[in-house]
Design a protein around this ligand. Structure first.
Ligand SMILES: [Zn+2]
Length: 325
């Protein structure tokens, strides 16, 4: 039998889905004690390793090399992130980009004067980073890393935690690698938002073992001895991306956790009851304008830049201008 929930210890779960986003069999359950969603069963270490070695490349993004427009999108998103959290990133220092993906963060972090260690488990992506962006990316998983305690001023964990079979244990390891006062940035997909905005049934993925919302993300960090950084709290409110630092705090009350479970359970029911995604905020006209503007912007970038490196260099230039301005 499975042990209790990694967050609340509860043993009562409810099935929310029997298929992944491609319609293949995959059971997802929600913990009725706190709202944490997870694949059931949680795959074994050996199963996961086999999955990533064999399937990830084809299954996940459809290609090992990102499209130019995806790189452009990632870089623009990062520009906005750096601008919003300028105070966090201005200090430089020793950083770790764990799950570097297609390398945009590591590339721009060098522009910010940081000394970045980059690690990516997927060999195809790591090879792309080395060949196209000239980055020193090591192919490894968290379990293979032997960093020293207190080595990093900042660790970035973007779209990685949801892939881990023991998120609390993994975060505890990362906390150990933080220097005193060091900061850990965690970003995961927001399953509650996805339930609203994605087409019916397009939610779950074999590789996403745990699915978080803003509440369960913070509770998971808490279990690993990480509290949200006070000075960024307001800016990250309601987001599934937040800054943490080592510290102790009491977990949310059982009542608050159950309320989150009920709310997420309702979100799942609503997701499967509707045919189309819920409209995003703003009037239909303003949403359309935003989409058109974004697509035009991407099309323009695709014509102007012929290589991944050219796009990244341009982004680094723009970032420097933003930081100096
Ligand atoms: Zn739970």
């Amino acid at each position: 039998m499975t042990a209790g929930c990694i967050l609340c210890g509860g043993t009562s779960v409810e099935s929310v889905s029997q298929a992944d986003r491609h319609g293949r069999p995959l059971t997802t359950v929600i913990c009725k004690g706190c709202g944490l969603l997870r694949n059931d069963p949680v795959p074994t270490e050996a199963e996961l390793e086999a999955f990533y070695r064999r399937d990830y490349r084809q299954d996940y993004k459809g290609a090992a090399e990102p499209r130019l427009r995806q790189v452009w999108r990632n870089l623009n998103r990062l520009q906005a992130h750096f601008a919003t959290f300028r105070d966090i990133y201005a200090g430089g220092g020793h950083w770790l980009d764990l799950g570097a993906g297609s390398g945009e963060f590591t590339f721009l972090a060098r522009t910010l004067g940081a000394d970045v260690a980059a690690v990516e488990p997927n060999e195809a992506y790591a090879a792309y980073c080395r060949a196209k962006l000239d980055l020193d990316v090591r192919t490894a998983r968290l379990e293979d890393c032997d960093f020293r305690p207190g080595q990093f001023d900042l660790i970035r964990l973007s779209h990685v935690l949801e892939h881990m079979r023991d998120p609390v244990a993994s975060l505890t390891v990362l906390r150990g690698w933080l220097a005193p006062g060091g900061i850990l940035y965690i970003e995961v997909p927001d399953i509650e938002r996805d339930a609203r905005n994605k087409m019916r049934g397009r939610l779950f993925h074999y590789g996403h073992i745990y699915n978080f919302n803003p509440f369960t993300l913070r509770q998971t960090a808490l279990r690993a001895g990480l509290v949200e950084l006070p000075r960024t709290k307001d800016r990250s409110a309601g987001q599934c991306g937040a800054f943490f630092t080592a510290g102790d705090a009491a977990p949310a009350s059982a009542e608050m956790q159950q309320r989150n479970a009920a709310r997420l359970s309702d979100a799942m029911t609503a997701h499967y009851a509707r045919r189309l995604p819920e409209p995003e905020e703003g009037s239909p006209a303003s949403r359309l304008l935003r989409t058109v503007a974004a697509r035009l912007n991407e099309a323009y970038a695709g014509r102007r830049f012929k290589t991944h490196r050219a796009i990244a260099d341009d982004a680094a230039l723009r970032l420097r201008a933003v930081l100096q301005g």
